[in-house]
Design a protein around this ligand. Structure first.
Ligand SMILES: [Zn+2]
Length: 138
């Protein structure tokens, strides 16, 4: 149920940190390796907002591709560059840590790699009333 914790964090940032009063839209990127149920997350955002008397009209999610960096040869790649079975992809979706069991560097075969992108939740854009965007630059 970490969708609810995440939703609460995102909303806290928008409404408390930035001071938004109403949101017309918000676009959130979800990492490919972030095990999140989009519909639960959307439901959580809407519900927490409602409970707190806040308003979000439109929520949009985009998927952010996972990116890997080989610690041995410096090669960078994505999940598109490796051959994974349906089951392996599924396993990675549910247990992102499993990526180290199924993925290796397509260039040198090393399993010593870093996940550069694809784990987080990122606020891409938003628009609303009263949002103090300058707070983002500090
Ligand atoms: Zn490599």
């Amino acid at each position: 149920m970490h969708e609810w914790a995440l939703a609460s964090t995102v909303l806290g940032f928008l409404f408390r940190e930035l001071g938004c009063r109403k949101l017309e839209h918000v676009v959130i990127a979800l990492g490919e390796l972030q095990n999140i149920d989009w519909e639960v997350f959307r439901f959580a955002l809407k519900n927490i907002a409602k409970t707190e008397g806040l308003e979000i009209k439109h929520i949009e999610f985009v998927r952010k591709k996972a990116k890997f960096y080989c610690n041995r040869c410096g090669h960078e790649w994505t999940l598109d560059d490796v051959n994974l079975s349906e089951e392996e992809r599924e396993a990675i979706h549910f247990v992102p840590e499993a990526v180290h069991a199924y993925v290796k560097c397509p260039k040198c075969g090393s399993r010593d790699f870093t996940v550069v992108e694809g784990r987080g939740v990122e606020l891409i854009s938003f628009a609303g009333e009263g949002c103090n965007v300058s707070a983002l630059r500090s």
